[in-house]
Each structure stands twice: as structure tokens, then as C-alpha cells.
Design a protein around this ligand. Structure first.
Ligand SMILES: N[C@@H](CCC(=O)N[C@@H](CS)C(=O)NCC(=O)O)C(=O)O
Length: 219
């Protein structure tokens, strides 16, 4: 399977991470995203008219949209990363896969603005990112009340992988993760999974300081 890839792209990293976690081997085809804008050139536009990466090629099959690619890899190699047969779980996985698109436009847009000087209303992008982070924090707190560490189920699913990279890289776009303890614990849980791989700016758990205990207010 060939992945059209850019090392600093969180969306491409989702695919690399999913492949690593599920034991799928990828043939990486580097794309000159910046400064070359190769993803907007004729060869890649022919594969993805939306002008974005990642793009996955498996034989004659061409897939775009990172969430669809995550589902494809999981369906091929490790179905436990997909929703099981419980209706709520199926809906929750879908909910957070859709939600991940908001992280891409808000936190991802802020990151592109700050790192690659892309034009955009940075205040609005950051505000949208913060609103999405608050929603994710609330979802994870709700899950933790049910004894769960992951967004959609009692185990990690494609939905966690879809949401994780843009959240972890939020500080690149000037958005702090300090106010979100449940998100930080979730991030730690993902970064400690067997097979986890890094990208620039997202490190393995062992390189980080211990998380301070959260005050419960109880005596
Ligand atoms: N909805 C797409 C979005 C992916 C996306 O935004 N990719 C970025 C790279 S991280 C991109 O190609 N952006 C096009 C551009 O900024 O020119 C997906 O999930 O695959």
C-alpha cells in the first residue's frame, strides 16, 4: 500500500499511526507539501481533486479522506479498531470521526497559519479550536465516569486516532492544552499503546514528565 505522505502533516500521521498500530506495512511516497505545493499539482489532483493529502493507493484502489483510510486499514488488518455491533458504539465512533474534521479545520488551520504563515483569521481559528477541545474534554470526562479512557468505546478505535494528532499538536497553533486534564490523560493512554509511533512534535510517553494528580476537592 502506498501512502502519499508529508512528515509534518497530522492527517498523514493518522494513517502512519494506524498502520503501525495494526501492523500494516506502508510504502511512503513523500509529497513536497511545503514549499512545493505538490498536492495541488496535476499528478496528485488527478488522484484527489480536493487537493489534500493523505492519499492511499492499494492496487487499483485509491482512497482519500483520512477517516475513510483509517477505516480501510482497520477493516483489512484489525477489526477491533472499528465499532463493534452495539448501536451506541457505532454511533459514537461515527460522531467522533465527523468531529475530527472540525479539529482539522480549526486547530489544523491555526497550526498552518502559525507554522507556514498561511492566511487566515487566527483568532477565529483558535476560538473554534478551543470550542472543539472543550467538547472533546466533556466527552472524555463523560467516558471516564463510565470507567473508559477512549472517546467512543472501552478500547481505542479509529475515532481516537482520527482526533488525536491535531489535538496533540494544538500548541503549534497557539492553543494550550493546559486547561484539559481529561484530554491529557487520553493523550497519555494513546501514546502508551503498543506499536505507537511518533511524528515531529508528538512524542512517546516515556519522554514526558509525570502528569500531576488532579485535585478532587475531597479531604
Ligand atoms: N479532510 C481531509 C483533510 C486533510 C488535510 O487537511 N490535509 C492537509 C495536510 S495535513 C492538506 O492536504 N491540506 C491542503 C492544503 O492546505 O493545501 C482528510 O481528513 O484527509
Amino acid at each position: 500500500m502506498k501512502l502519499y505522505d508529508y512528515i509534518l502533516s497530522p492527517s498523514c500521521y493518522k494513517v502512519r499511526l494506524m498502520a503501525a498500530l495494526t501492523g500494516v506495512k506502508l510504502d511512503l511516497q513523500p509529497v513536497d507539501f511545503h514549499p512545493g505545493l505538490e498536492h495541488r499539482g496535476p499528478e496528485l489532483l488527478a488522484l484527489n481533486p480536493a487537493g489534500s493529502i493523505p492519499i492511499l493507493k492499494d492496487g487499483d484502489l485509491i482512497l482519500t479522506e483520512s477517516s475513510a483510510i483509517l477505516v480501510y486499514l482497520a477493516a483489512k488488518a484489525a477489526a477491533e479498531w472499528l465499532a463493534g455491533d452495539k448501536p451506541e458504539e457505532a454511533a459514537r465512533v461515527q460522531q467522533w470521526l465527523s468531529f475530527s474534521g472540525r479539529l482539522t479545520t480549526s486547530l489544523g488551520g491555526a497550526r498552518l497559519h502559525e507554522m507556514l504563515l498561511r492566511p487566515g483569521d487566527i483568532d477565529a481559528l483558535q476560538a473554534q479550536g478551543i470550542s472543539a477541545l472543550r467538547e472533546l474534554e466533556a466527552g472524555l470526562v463523560e467516558q471516564s465516569l463510565r470507567g473508559r479512557r477512549f472517546v467512543a468505546a472501552d478500547r481505542p478505535t479509529v475515532a481516537d486516532i482520527a482526533c488525536f494528532p491535531y489535538v496533540a499538536l494544538a500548541p503549534d497553533g497557539g492553543v494550550s492544552l493546559d486547561p484539559y486534564p481529561a484530554i491529557r490523560l487520553w493523550s497519555r493512554a494513546l501514546r502508551s499503546l503498543d506499536g505507537f509511533i511518533e511524528m515531529p512534535g508528538i512524542h512517546r510517553l516515556h519522554e514526558l514528565k509525570p502528569e500531576p494528580l488532579i485535585e478532587t476537592g475531597e479531604a
